[in-house]
Design a protein around this ligand. Structure first.
Ligand code: HEM
Length: 429
């Protein structure tokens, strides 16, 4: 999705002409000015599809948080992605992301412990090696597609953590993108890409889980197989759905935080210079990159009972889509929301969501992004764009799929990144 700064003299847009359900709009359209107008004039927008299905869109920060926060008003069990609007989610009540308390709490409590920053700390040196290897091609000084490289990044740490064989990573990366961008020409793979991707991913995790029942091992998948939720082991389908959700959650979001942050640094060179001059800024800079990128574009809920948002009635059963990228530009909460400010503080963005479903992978994503940008800001003095940028056609992921860059390196960058070049074998666990 293009990340733009709406201009004050932009004429009003006819909101009825915008199809928020169309993935291509997020590849070729310009959502930010539309969301700005909606926050001002139509905070609880309704769209009816030609087949009669309908959904509300909320764009203000407070409404977005209200929708995500309270499962007694808005349930996750009927599915949380706009692409499956109106259907029943077969993962409802089984997959953490598509369940409400108490099932959600039972699944989440043990998983959150192993994914906490404290538990992950010992894996930091390995993630730094992954980062160095990913950045090694920068040394050649040739144009390098940062979006393509970024797409491979999360599975290097999540796949490793889960114990998935490295030879499977490229296929899994492609399948997870197909699952959220089945209409993108680069991921369509014929008709029915979504069903095909789901089928292959579920079959894959089903086989993985079966293998682990014999020999659980000490990785995340082994942990899930041994885990007890409210005193009972997870059923096979619960294991498969939650493995899928963990990998999807990591793969289809993290790369776009990287690409959008680098692109914003190219567009705001003074900010990037400030960052390289003071690398202790990395934690706040990463948060600003997350706010700016808002890689998870939306999450959906269904109203449990009649309720109100921004004073507007919502009827029981209505689908409500919370647009995170819009909430993260709401000037009721963020001073100068369209300024890319790497030391922004406070920065209460909702890029990782809010409330009970707040991203369980946030500690891992933060570690990985901080290490990545720690190496980037040590090595790269300046990025320049080296070719056309292309955006992903997806309602769910605000994504960049091509970002060719050329890097001007600091004089000692070679020394920093060179270690990675000699390590060509599998990434040591
Ligand atoms: C920059 C990276 C990431 C972003 C922007 C992101 C965003 C989000 C958001 C907005 C939610 C809330 C969903 C909701 O309210 O329904 C969420 C939940 C979730 N994320 Fe992430 N995520 C990221 C990285 C990860 C990683 C690395 C993992 C895997 C380790 C992961 C796995 C999950 C899972 C399993 C959930 C469901 C949690 C629950 O329902 O309690 N995410 N993520």
């Amino acid at each position: 999705m293009r990340i733009t700064v709406p201009q004050p003299d932009t004429p009003d847009i006819d909101l009825a002409s915008i199809d928020f359900f169309d993935p291509n709009w997020y590849a070729t359209g310009d959502p930010h000015p539309v969301w700005a107008q909606m926050r001002r004039d139509a905070p609880v927008h309704r769209q009816v599809l030609p087949d009669g299905r309908e959904f509300r869109s909320v764009t203000r920060y407070q409404d977005v948080r209200a929708v995500l926060r309270d499962h007694t008003r808005f349930t996750s069990e009927r599915g949380t992605l706009l692409s499956i609007l109106g259907g029943t989610d077969p993962a409802g009540g089984k997959m953490m992301a598509a369940s409400d308390p108490p099932v959600h709490t039972a699944l989440r409590t043990p998983m959150a412990k192993v994914l906490s920053a404290r538990e992950l700390r010992s894996g930091t040196p390995r993630i730094r090696r992954i980062v160095q290897r990913m950045l090694a091609p920068l040394l050649d000084g040739e144009p390098w597609d940062l979006a393509a490289a970024g797409a491979e990044f999360p599975i290097m740490f999540t796949g490793g953590l889960m114990g998935l064989p490295e030879s499977d990573w490229p296929r899994l990366t492609r399948l997870t993108t197909m699952a959220i961008a089945p209409e993108d020409p680069d991921f369509r793979d014929g008709d029915g890409a979504l069903a095909a991707a789901h089928h292959e991913l579920f079959a894959y995790f089903s086989a993985q889980v079966r293998g682990r029942r014999q020999d659980p091992g000490d990785d995340l998948l082994g942990f899930l197989v041994r885990m007890r939720a409210d005193g009972r082991a997870l059923r096979h389908d619960e294991l498969v759905y939650n493995c899928y959700s963990l990998l999807l959650g990591a793969n289809v979001t993290t790369p776009h935080a990287v690409a959008a942050t680098v692109l914003a640094c190219v567009e705001n060179p003074d900010e990037y210079r400030r960052w390289t001059a003071d690398r202790s800024m990395t934690p706040t800079a990463v948060e600003e990159g997350l706010r700016w990128a808002s890689p998870a574009n939306h999450f959906m809920r269904y109203a449990v009972a009649d309720t109100k948002l921004s004073g507007e009635p919502i009827a029981a059963g209505e689908a409500v889509v919370a647009w995170l990228g819009s909430a993260n530009r709401d000037d009721r909460v963020f001073a100068e929301p369209y300024r890319f400010d790497l030391s922004r503080n406070p920065n209460q963005h909702v890029a990782f969501g809010y409330g009970p479903h707040y991203c369980i992978g946030a500690p891992l994503a933060r570690i990985a992004l901080r290490l990545l940008f720690d190496e980037i800001t040590a090595a790269v003095e300046e990025f320049e764009i080296a070719g056309p940028i292309e955006h992903l056609a997806s309602t769910f992921t605000a994504g960049i799929k091509r970002l060719p860059v050329r890097a001007k390196l600091f004089p000692d960058a070679e020394r920093l990144l060179d270690r990675a070049r000699s390590e060509d074998g599998p990434i040591p666990v």
